[in-house]
Design a protein around this ligand. Sequence first.
Ligand code: SDX
Length: 421
Amino acid sequence: MEDKVQLIYDSKTYEFPLVKGTENEIAIDIKSLRAETGLITLDPGFKNSGSCKSEITFLDGEKGILRYRGYSIEDLANKSSFLEVIYLLIFGELPTPEQLSKIEDEIREESLVDEDLKAILKSFPKGAHPMGILSSLTSALIAFNPSSVDINSEAEFHKAIIMILAKLPVLVSWTQRRVKGLPLIYSDDSLSYTENIAQMMFKKPNKEYSSNPTIVNALNKLLILHADHEQNCSTSTVRIVGSSHAGLFASISAGISALWGPLHGGANQAVIEMLEQIKMDGGDTKKFMAKAKDKNDPFRLMGFGHRVYKNFDPRAKIIKVTADEVLKELGVNDPILDIAKALELEALKDPYFVERKLYPNVDFYSGIIYRALGIPTEMFTVMFAMGRLPGWIAQWKEMRLNKEPIGRPRQVYTGQTSREL
Ligand code: SDX
C-alpha cells in the first residue's frame, strides 16, 4: 500500500502521509496542509474528517459491526454487566473479580450527593425537560466537588471518574422522581451497580421494593448498548470541551446538552412521539412513509438513518429482540410496537429508504422498552445519557492522556470584505 498521497495545486506537487488503523481504515494526515500549501479543507458535519486516533470503539457502518475495545457488542450485551463494560471502556480491559469488587466499593463510597443539590433540583419549573435538568445538575456538581476540575495527577483523574460514575445515576434518579412527583431516595450499597440504578428509578415509598430481574436485565442491556459509539456528536462535544482543559464534569454536562437534540439522542423520545402520532392518526403507516419521503414535508422517520451505519445498526437488532422479550415477560401489550415493526417492514422495501441505506438505528426500538418499564417519555434521552457516560469518560480520558491540542477548526470566510464606516 502507498504510504502517501499527492496533491497538485498551482502547478506544484505536495505529498501527505497516509495513516492506517488496526482495522485498515486509511486517512490522509493533513497536519501540515495549510503550512505547506496555504489551503484548508471544508467538510460541513465532518462527514469525511477524522478528529483523532482512538483505541476505544470500532464500528464498521457498511457491515453493521460495533466493538468496544475489540469485543463485539453482541457478546458484551449478552454476557457482561454494565459495570464490567464501564471498566472495559475506561481502563481498556475487562476487570478481574478483584478489580470489579474494588471499583464497586469505590463507587459506593462516592454515591452520596450533596443535599444542597436538591434545592437546585427543586428550583426547576415542573415542566422543565429532564435533559436540561440533568445537564444543569451535572454542571452544578462541580461546585460541590471542586477537585474534579483541575486534573493533574492520575489519582485526581481516577477520583473524578469514580465521582461522576457514582453521582450521575443518583442525579438521573432524582430527575425522574422529580418528574413523577416522587420523594428523592439514595443509593443502596447492598445492590449491584445496575440493580441500584433500578432501585433508585422505580422504588415506591409506599411499597416494599423487590428487584425485578426482567427490568434489571433490560436496563443492563440497554445501558451497555448505549455505552460508547466513537466520535458521535455528543462525544465529539465532550472531547472538544475537554480539549480546552475544562473539567470532566463540565465536559460531560456539555455532552448531555449535545445528546439532547432530536437528530441525536433526543431521537428516542421523538420516535415514541412519532409512533403515538401515527397511532392517533389511525395507524396509516403508508401515509407517514410518504410524508418522510416528501422533501416539502419536514417530517422525518425518527429512529431511521445514521451518519455511519449504512446497514442495520447492530444495537437496533438486539433492542428489537429485547423489546419483544421484555414486553412478554412484563405482560405488556403495546400497539405502537406493532406500528414500529410495520414501518420497519415497509421502509426496508421502499426504494427511497433502500437507495439512501436508511435502517432503524439505536433509537428506533429503545423507547418501547423504556415505556414498558414505566419510564416517562421525556426521560428516555436521560437514560441514553446514563448509558453513554462511560464512553464520554473514556474518550475524554484518551484525549487528555494523548495531550491533544485544543480543538479549533478553521473556516472559509464568505462575508463582507473590508469597507469604510
Ligand atoms: C444517534 O453518530 C452516532 O453514532 C449517533 C448515535 C450514537 O450512538 O451516538 O448512533 C445515536 O444519534 C442515532 C441517530 C438518531 N437520529 C434519528 O433517528 C433522527 C432521524 N435520522 C436523521 O435525521 C438522519 O438520518 C441522521 C441525522 C441520523 C443522519 O443524518 P446525515 O448523515 O446528515 O444524513 P442526511 O440528513 O444528509 O440524509 C441523507 C439523505 C437525505 O435525503 P437526500 O437529500 O439525499 O434526498 O437521507 C434522507 C435525507 O433527507 N434521510 C431521511 C432520514 N434520514 C436521512 N429521510 C427520512 N427520514 C429519515 N430519518
